[in-house]
Ligand binder design. Sequence first.
Ligand SMILES: O=C(O)C1=C[C@@H](OP(=O)(O)O)[C@@H](O)[C@H](O)C1
Ligand SMILES: C=C(OP(=O)(O)O)C(=O)O
Length: 446
Amino acid sequence: MPETPAHTALWPAPHASGAVDATVHVPGSKSVTNRALVLAALASEPGWLRRPLRSRDTLLMAEALRAMGVGIEETVSSSSSVAGGPEGTGEAWRVLPTGFRGPATVDVGNAGTVMRFLPPVAALADGPVRFDGDPRSYERPLNGVIEALRVLGARIDDDGRGALPLTVHGGGALEGGPVEIDASSSSQFVSALLLSGPRFNQGVEVRHTGSTLPSLPHIRMTVDMLRAVGAQVDTPESGGEPNVWRVTPGALLGRDLTIEPDLSNAQPFLAAALVTGGRVVVPDWPARTTQPGDRLREIFTEMGGSCELTEYGLAFTGSGSVHGIDVDLSDVGELTPGIAAVAALADSPSTLRGVAHLRLHETDRLAALTKEINELGGDVTETADGLHIRPRPLHGGTFHTYDDHRMATAGAVIGLAVEGVRIENVATTAKTLPDFPELWTGMLGV
Ligand SMILES: O=C(O)C1=C[C@@H](OP(=O)(O)O)[C@@H](O)[C@H](O)C1
Ligand SMILES: C=C(OP(=O)(O)O)C(=O)O
């Protein structure tokens, strides 16, 4: 019998027979791992990433940097020292920066971080770097990065659509300086230019001209991580002009960084506690973080749970009731699918606002959530910038995922409460959480 291809395989989402009670160790943050890789590659000395996320998006980032000549050694250790490095246990990546080389070819898959963060790095290479990726990557906006790099002195060949595929003709250095961009379709345009900014001859001054700017915590994450490797960054929050970020040219330090758990990937597990009236503990939840997933403490509390953050981690407890919510998610757009799943199971309607840009994520998430929840009997309508969700009794059926990891985990949350939900292509969770099915069944003890 030929095997069913992964993209059409159906995974019977486990139904929860009672309240969950589990501790779930959530792997490292995608956003922190991929920024740490880029900054380590741009540094003037070797650095370490400890407990990095190993997933499709982060392995694509590592492979792309290797293609441009960067040394990335993966080591695993159960002892107190990793390959001669400072104290630490578990998996670690040692990054050995070199000059960036071209010609090189980069596969971005469908990773926003790879397709946006690396063209500025490639502009520093000493030859052409070709970027290509999954069919969906051709549809995701990249114009802000391409146009800005041209203004800053780069030569880029694309097909004129402001998207992939493209070739950056690295010239060994980039002039840099001031540039205006409209980043209303993705905060990653701003992050991309800031991350490489210290290595441009004049640094960079990015002025966002659009009317909205999503995912501000992700821009703060970029700024925090730049400062932690010695970069000087002026921001609107540090007394600068609104919507302007300035990075001074300078060498970056190699860092020894332990990657935080991915709080957005903790979402389905916290949601499981909420919808089953159970309790889930996520160890190592950071006391202070720029990750948008930290907002879940507040959002899921408003939806009916309660939480306690201790030195050990976060304990989240459901009350047995799930309430609807009216919330602006523009800062934390990547949490929308998981919140929509919980909202579909609530005792009152929800309005999720501020997330029009989700139409340009892994898939059109507003259309996908509407269609899939409605096909299980739900009542969801799209608005100009979000979703209205009126809970109704749901029934089983196939939950299509459109190669979107967060659609798959959202479907699994619904499956806890609704019998007979089958998730199409659960393997798509490998984008950021390859162990999802095992972590999920482990949490349920099945
Ligand atoms: O910089 C980052 O690591 C990210 C920024 C956000 O992108 P958008 O601003 O395009 O939503 C977020 O949704 C994505 O998952 C990760
Ligand atoms: C939008 C997301 O990813 P990307 O980094 O590909 O933009 C996401 O993970 O929800």
